[in-house]
Every structure is written in structure tokens, then in C-alpha cells.
Design a protein. Structure first.
Length: 294
């Protein structure tokens, strides 16, 4: 489908297909409600600007737009495992979906002018090497006054399929030290740096050092607040919310991340993390994050 669109214009929808740095195909979507950019590699959204607001997502100015390299920033899709593979740590961190080319399977505009973009990834000889299951992964973006991102995992094989996953959203903030994250008080977390459990007491989570925590949550409502905007996040069906900022030292270790980039981003991720979830044959598992700027 992507190959046949190139350009599509109506009074309420403008779509262009471009190539980033001559390598990666992406769609630029403009409606009266929002601007968005989404790449076929990884079903990776790199821009979302609701009307009368500024960019919601952080995209690294050093991000690489090359085949089979994950784009730093925007909304990477971590699938079919989150973090290191539990049995084969030599496999790519956060799974293969973010480095795989998806198919654009549907694109439509609703009466309320929101646009639904659906992308799919199916199992192949390549995915069987590290993940011996037949699957269909569908990523559904609804781009309007709000942005919703849904991952639908379908197990097309005959045995239970173990997965973990994350919608790894990088949010743009003015200044991380003045940024607050609300909605996690009284939630337990696993601290990936100290390798121990903790419990969030304060209603506001603030940032003054490297942070990498997996909070136990279910249908969380969270708010990222900085001078420029308040980003309201509603999640559905997750069992974890991951909060990550690499801070100064780790930023310097990443070649696609500016040394001071950590000051302007905060990852808040809807996830199934920790123990893998088994999706029964023929069943579907949904994970959703919905983002509204207030
Ligand atoms: O979601 C947090 C995290 O798993 C961190 O541990 C951190 O390393 C980050 O994701 C980025 O991972 P990446 O593989 O994209 O460099």
C-alpha cells in the first residue's frame, strides 16, 4: 500500500511518503487536528504535534535513520521482549520489532477527522531464528486531538507464546530537573540500577539523577508536567510503567544521543515487563498508551 500512496490530499488530510536520509520510508500526516510522522521500520512514530501545541515527543538530533538500526527517540516498539532476552542475552535488546520493516495495512480518516494508521509485522524465516512462533503484530495509531498507540499481539502458532513488550515513548520536556511525573504514588517498583525493590511515596516523581524503574501498574493515568506542557497519559492493559532517563554519564556512552540530551527527555512507557506473558494459541493481547496534551 505504501508504495502506491506517495501523496494523498483531501480538504482534511494531507499525506506524503518520504525517505529519511535516503534510507527509511516514512509517512508525514497532516490534518486540522495534528501533524505526525511514522516510519515503516519499527512502526516507529517520530513526531506528534497536536494543533496549537508543540512537539510532544523527543527525537534525538543524532538519531540514525538506517535499516536495522533502532531510531533513538519518538516511540520505539519493544517486542517480543523488553530489555535483554531472558534466555539469550546475545539477541538484540528490546526485541526485533523496532528494527523490522512493517507493512502499512490500513489508513483511514474518521468523521471526527482523526486518522487511523495500521501497520503489521508477521513471522518469517528471519524472526523464527530468535523467536520460534507464528505471530501477527499489529500496531494501530489513532492520530487526532489525542494520540493513541495500541499493540495487538496475535499468536498464530499452536503453542503458548511468551512475550514482554513496551511502548517506549520518549517525551519532550523543557528541563528534566523542573519536570514532574504524577500518578505513581503508592506503587511498587523495581529499580534497574540499584537492583532492588522500592515504593513510590511522594505523589510527584522528580528527577536529579539517572532513573530506570519498572513500576507495577494497571491502567495507569500519569501526567508529565513541565513549563511548556502537561502530557496526560492513559494506559490500558499494561502490568508495568517504565520510567527512564539516562542522565549525563549514560548519555555520553550512547553514540546517537547528545551529551546534554537527557535534559530534554523523559521516557514513560506502557509495558508488559518482568515475567513474560504467555499468549494462548489463537488469542490476542492488547497494550495501549493514549497521550493528550493539556
Ligand atoms: O526502558 C528503559 C530501558 O530498558 C533502559 O534500561 C535503557 O537502556 C533504555 O531502555 C534504552 O534502551 P536502548 O536499547 O534503546 O538503548
Amino acid at each position: 500500500m505504501f508504495d502506491t500512496i506517495e501523496k494523498f490530499n483531501t480538504n482534511t488530510l494531507n499525506i506524503e511518503c518520504n525517505q529519511r536520509d535516503g534510507h527509511l520510508d516514512y509517512l508525514v500526516i497532516d490534518t486540522p487536528l495534528a501533524h505526525a510522522e511514522v516510519h515503516l521500520q519499527g512502526a516507529h512514530l517520530t513526531s506528534y504535534i497536536p494543533k496549537a501545541a508543540s512537539e510532544v515527543l523527543w527525537l534525538s538530533p543524532l538519531a540514525k535513520f538506517e535499516k536495522q538500526i533502532a531510531i533513538r527517540g519518538g516511540i520505539p516498539i519493544c517486542w517480543p521482549w523488553f530489555g535483554k532476552h531472558p534466555e539469550y542475552p546475545q539477541l538484540a535488546q528490546h526485541g526485533f520489532a523496532r528494527n523490522s520493516r512493517f507493512k502499512l495495512s490500513n489508513l483511514e480518516q474518521a468523521d471526527d477527522l482523526s486518522v487511523t494508521v495500521t501497520m503489521t509485522l508477521s513471522s518469517s524465516d528471519i524472526t523464527f531464528e530468535g523467536f520460534p512462533y507464528s505471530f501477527l503484530l499489529t500496531v494501530i495509531f489513532v492520530i487526532g486531538e489525542s494520540l493513541s498507540v495500541e499493540l495487538l499481539t496475535e499468536n498464530c502458532s499452536n503453542s503458548p507464546m511468551p512475550i514482554s513488550q513496551a511502548i517506549h515513548s520518549y517525551f519532550s520536556v523543557d528541563d528534566i530537573v523542573k519536570t514532574k511525573l504524577l500518578g505513581l504514588s503508592n506503587h511498587s517498583y523495581w529499580d534497574q540500577l540499584a537492583l532492588k525493590e522500592g515504593k513510590q511515596i511522594d505523589s510527584e516523581l522528580k528527577f536529579d539523577q539517572e532513573t530506570d524503574r519498572i513500576y507495577q501498574t494497571s491502567n495507569a493515568h500519569l501526567d508529565v508536567i513541565c513549563d511548556r506542557h502537561r502530557i496526560h497519559i492513559e494506559q490500558e492493559n499494561e502490568n508495568a510503567s517504565v520510567v527512564w532517563n539516562p542522565w549525563e554519564n549514560k548519555s555520553k556512552l550512547m553514540s546517537d544521543f547528545p551529551d546534554s540530551g537527557y535534559k530534554h527527555m523523559l521516557c514513560v512507557e506502557a509495558a508488559h515487563a518482568g515475567e513474560r506473558i504467555f499468549v494462548a494459541p489463537g488469542e490476542q493481547l492488547s497494550l495501549k498508551q493514549c497521550i493528550t496534551v493539556r
